[in-house]
Design a protein around this ligand. Structure first.
Ligand code: NAP
Length: 283
């Protein structure tokens, strides 16, 4: 068996063409206005700065604008909350991205939850998570939502499948598990206290690696024919799963890079366009 490549880069490029048309249509009916994504970068972590730059570039590729808000690493939680609230009240801003992680003295959860639901295009608020989990409308958390879109593009049906998600972070593992549950998978969530992790992984029809450790999930733990989604990215172009041997045994795999990463950014942009459409077409 040769595993199908779940090509996130390709799906993202395909979607960008559609998004560019939607932005163009919006401009034509709203006196040239485009959706605007406000990106908030706190401090000067080079990796975070790169991610924010990539998100701004993705906005420009579809013809919309981004507003870069750069704040000092020393900012206090209350001052960050005030900045976010002013973006909530700015009618020109349709989506707000707070780049994770923020410096450790800041209450990141309070900052995420300050984002107004209708501008939470990165899907990081507790309210958005709760609504999504209950099957109510909300923007999905960008990385897991991007994974769901990628699986849907390749017609991978989760209904009745046993999905195993390794990782339970608020921005990845937990929303991933709830999204797969919504699609009628039977979901097991594993984490650092899980006993006999290998036995859980061995039962996965669909495996999501979201651990944050290079090639932590060994190929020989994964059963033949599984769908393998690797959310990790580490220097040297490796993910959280040892993918090499799985290319001949899995039914589908996400490449690293070029799988989950492009879908994350693409989902953020897609949700900002949707938010812009709601606001601008209402005027
Ligand atoms: P995180 O916040 O560090 O969470 C890691 C999770 O892995 C935690 O839930 C942790 O369990 C679990 N874990 C750690 N060691 C484990 C072990 N020995 N056995 C089982 N579980 C273990 O990381 P994250 O933000 O979710 O990111 C996960 C990965 O996805 C990283 O590689 C990151 O780079 C990548 N990522 C990619 C994108 C993208 O756009 N491509 C976006 C976000 C993240 P506990 O909860 O018990 O500590």
């Amino acid at each position: 068996m040769t595993a199908l490549t779940l090509d996130g880069k390709y799906v993202a490029q395909l979607t960008e063409r559609d998004l560019a048309k939607r932005v163009e249509t919006l401009k034509s009916v709203s006196a040239g206005k485009t959706p605007i994504l406000a990106t908030i970068l706190v401090g000067d972590d080079p990796a975070s700065a790169t991610y924010v730059r990539m998100k701004g570039n993705a906005c420009r590729r579809v013809g919309m604008e981004s507003m870069a808000v750069e704040l000092p690493a020393t900012i206090k939680t209350n001052d960050l909350l005030r900045e976010i609230d002013s973006l909530n009240h700015n009618p020109d801003v349709h989506g707000i991205l707070l780049q994770h992680p923020v410096p450790s003295h800041i209450d990141e959860r309070a900052a995420f939850d300050m984002i107004a639901l209708e501008k939470d295009v990165d899907g990081v608020t507790c309210l958005g998570f709760g609504r999504m989990s209950m099957g109510e409308p909300a923007y999905g958390c960008a990385t897991p939502q991007g994974i769901m879109r990628l699986l849907a593009h390749y017609d991978i049906d989760l209904s009745g499948q046993h999905a195993v998600v390794v990782g339970r972070s608020p921005i990845l593992g937990k929303p991933m598990a709830m999204m797969m549950l919504q699609e009628n998978a039977t979901v097991t969530i594993c984490h650092s206290r899980t006993r006999d992790l290998e036995a859980h992984i061995a039962r996965a029809d669909v495996l999501v690696g979201a651990v944050g450790r290079p090639e932590f999930i060994r190929a020989d733990w994964v059963k033949d024919g599984a769908v393998v989604v690797d959310a990790g990215y580490h220097p040297g172009g490796v993910g959280d799963v040892e993918l090499g041997p799985l290319l001949a045994r899995a039914s589908a795999v996400t490449p690293v890079p070029g799988g989950v990463g492009p879908m994350t950014i693409n989902t953020l942009i897609q949700q900002t366009v949707a938010s812009g459409e709601k606001a601008l077409l209402k005027d």
